[in-house]
Design a protein around this ligand. Sequence first.
Ligand SMILES: Cc1cc2nc3c(=O)[nH]c(=O)nc-3n(C[C@H](O)[C@H](O)[C@H](O)COP(=O)(O)O)c2cc1C
Length: 265
Amino acid sequence: MSVIELIKERKSVRSYTGEPLNKELVDSINNYIERLNPPFGAKARIRLISAKTGEQPVKLGTYGVISGATDFLLLIGEKGLMSEAGAGYMFEQAILFCTGLGLGTCWLGGTLKRGDFLTQIRLSGDEELIVISPVGYKREKRTLLDSIMRTGARSDKRKPFGSLFFNGTFEIPLTEADAGNYNTPLEMVRLAPSGSNKQPWRVVMKDGGFHFYYRTGRFSVNDIGIALCHFELTCNELGLNGHFERIADISGSNDVEYIMSWITE
Ligand SMILES: Cc1cc2nc3c(=O)[nH]c(=O)nc-3n(C[C@H](O)[C@H](O)[C@H](O)COP(=O)(O)O)c2cc1C
């Protein structure tokens, strides 16, 4: 499946069948996550764990938000702006890979009993458990709580293109026509998941570059990592050449912080 299709297909799934992942899927996910390397010099890794292996099932709590999941992806990494952004980028790659396998996922940064998950991994040095995601077979009908969460976060809605992306300065909304070939990579940023669906990403198109900023907030740095992932993978798929670079003399503006720029080649 193309990455554009995967991004369109992915939705947070909180209702699972209760069936553990079969061995082929576990192997396939493990092979994929073992080969992933986080970008931007980040130090991060992903582990797949199961509540059902071993003699005694282990309790992995999500305050009832996730129902019927037995397998979970855990994102472990070091603190710091670039490290967390790179970790977020890499975790979204794993999420899209699982989407391609037909499985449900849901980024969880808040509604997880961290203590439960921490018993299943060993952290070293400056590592922390950043986020987790259930990964499993989707239940046909959403649980009531799943539907309530989606409605509460207005998960099926995204902000309009022109309120996220700007032309030259934050005062001028970017139109899809003016974005040219970059219309689709930006649209894939717009479809990205974000904590509480806050959509903190902002992008200014200027001087042949796309400058990425984020509104500060609880999950914003993870969210911006997801946006950078969607943007770059889509550019790669469309043959739009460029690279990410952090430009020293760009700083934040009003209520947004600068993270990095896509320089077209
Ligand atoms: C960094 C991050 C943290 C999240 N944390 C939670 C969480 O703790 N609990 C939850 O139910 N959903 C969580 N979500 C899922 C978002 O609510 C969801 O992505 C958003 O509402 C958009 O819906 P969609 O993913 O179906 O497109 C999180 C998403 C992200 C990106």
